[in-house]
Design a protein around this ligand. Structure first.
Ligand SMILES: Cc1ncc(COP(=O)(O)O)c(C=O)c1O
Ligand SMILES: [Zn+2]
Length: 385
């Protein structure tokens, strides 16, 4: 069954439907169960998943490292762990949701898949569809950088740059081709199911006090939260960790509504942030994120572009090169420590959602580079001893 957590309406699973008539994204009903023995995430967490993942669909997603941030933990007086999602097959957490949603399309008998994305999901859906010989339509904003277009196009999709409001494109796409194209968008119910596995993996390694989640359309937040709730409902954990949603100041419709105690988000006009991957001005899962934040006593934090870039460099010094959109988590943690909203000694997990190799903005690398002639190599190196 698919259900709407806003109005309670239920829909049969045989339909290709992702949005409730009331406009909210649908979710699969809750699963209960146990974590099984095994190596492969899709068999270990089988009790909690709506379908059995065909091994041929998988590119080896998940099982990502939870790394202790050594100097940052000392500096901020908390135990920070980075959930390194940059090592997924197409270098972002999206792969966990893509594999389930693409398989869902084939189970509905649909051979065309689409996605609306600013880059990470486009690359992910293209890779999985090409591998499984499904035609894939990728709709991206018209000003997407060439670097991102190159990676996506190499997987061989039909890539279409769309001029117009990116927020509206999500809703328009779900009306396009309906029974002939399955849109694997940010809040697709089966995609959300894949993101639950991040919560399961975190639970298995180190159960934290706080989990920090970069948020744009709301899918990742909704998936991770659902994962923890299902662990609780199954009696595996007593309480869920405190969940923190993070947005960039220049596009923060969810935090805006949260801070002013609104129940519904309002569309953000003219998003402006270097964290492009998290700049959806009208997040389809936004109202549900608000509901979950309220119900579970979560927090919503906004961070500036300058703090994001500093955090990106700090995370790189822990050995992980991430996107600005992933570095928002550390920027938020610094700010919450300063305001004492996270206590000294707390265990914190920050989800590092995607790799920096795809991002168009990084700090000034030329300024940090030295030059020397080959014959002066010895002297040159000794200058840094
Ligand atoms: C790198 C990165 N981090 C975080 C997010 C946020 O995920 P969601 O849109 O599901 O909230 C995205 C979404 O595109 C992303 O690409
Ligand atoms: Zn509804």
């Amino acid at each position: 069954m698919l259900e709407c957590e806003a109005c309670g309406k239920q829909y049969d699973l045989s339909e290709n439907i992702q949005l409730c008539r009331c406009g909210e994204p649908l979710v699969l009903e809750r699963h209960h169960g146990d974590i099984r023995e095994g190596k492969h995430i899709w068999s270990k967490y089988r009790d909690f998943l709506p379908l059995k993942v065909d091994e041929e669909f998988s590119l080896g997603e998940g099982n990502t490292p939870l790394l202790k941030a050594l100097s940052l933990s000392k500096k901020l007086d908390v135990n920070i762990h980075l959930k390194n999602e940059t090592v997924n097959p197409t270098w972002s957490f999206k792969d966990r949701g893509t594999v389930l949603s693409v398989q869902r399309a084939t189970e509905l008998g649909i051979e065309r898949v689409g996605t609306v994305s600013t880059g990470n999901m486009a690359a992910s859906v293209s890779a999985y569809c090409s591998r499984n010989e499904l035609k894939v339509f990728v709709l991206v904003p018209s000003d997407l950088s060439n670097k991102k277009v190159e990676q996506i196009n190499t997987y061989g999709p039909i890539l279409i740059k769309i001029s117009g409001d990116y927020g509206d494109l999500y809703y328009e796409s779900l009306e396009t081709g309906k029974s002939e194209i399955y849109f694997s968008n940010s809040n697709s119910p089966f995609r959300i199911e894949g993101y639950k596995t991040i919560a399961f993996e975190i639970y298995e390694e180190k159960f934290p006090d706080y989990v920090i989640i970069p948020t744009s359309s709301g899918g990742l937040f909704r998936g991770v939260t659902k994962g923890f709730i299902e662990l609780k409902r199954s009696g595996i954990i007593d309480e869920i960790p405190t969940l923190i949603s993070v947005q960039a100041e220049g596009c923060s419709p969810i935090c805006e509504a949260f801070d002013s105690d609104e129940k519904e988000i309002r569309r953000w006009f003219r998003p402006k942030t270097i964290a492009r991957a998290i700049s959806n001005p009208f997040p389809p899962g936004g109202d549900d994120v608000l509901r979950k934040l309220e119900k579970h006593d979560g927090m919503c934090e906004r961070v500036s572009d300058r703090d994001i870039l500093n955090a990106q460099a700090d995370i790189a010094r822990e050995g992980v090169f991430c996107q600005p959109s992933s570095a928002v988590g550390l920027a938020a943690l610094k700010s919450l420590r300063k305001k004492d909203k996270i206590e000294k000694g707390a265990d914190v997990v920050s989800i590092i959602t995607g790799s920096g190799l795809k991002s168009e903005v990084i700090f000034d690398t030329e300024q940090a580079t030295s030059h020397c002639d080959l014959e002066d190599l010895e002297t040159c190196i000794r200058r840094f001893f």
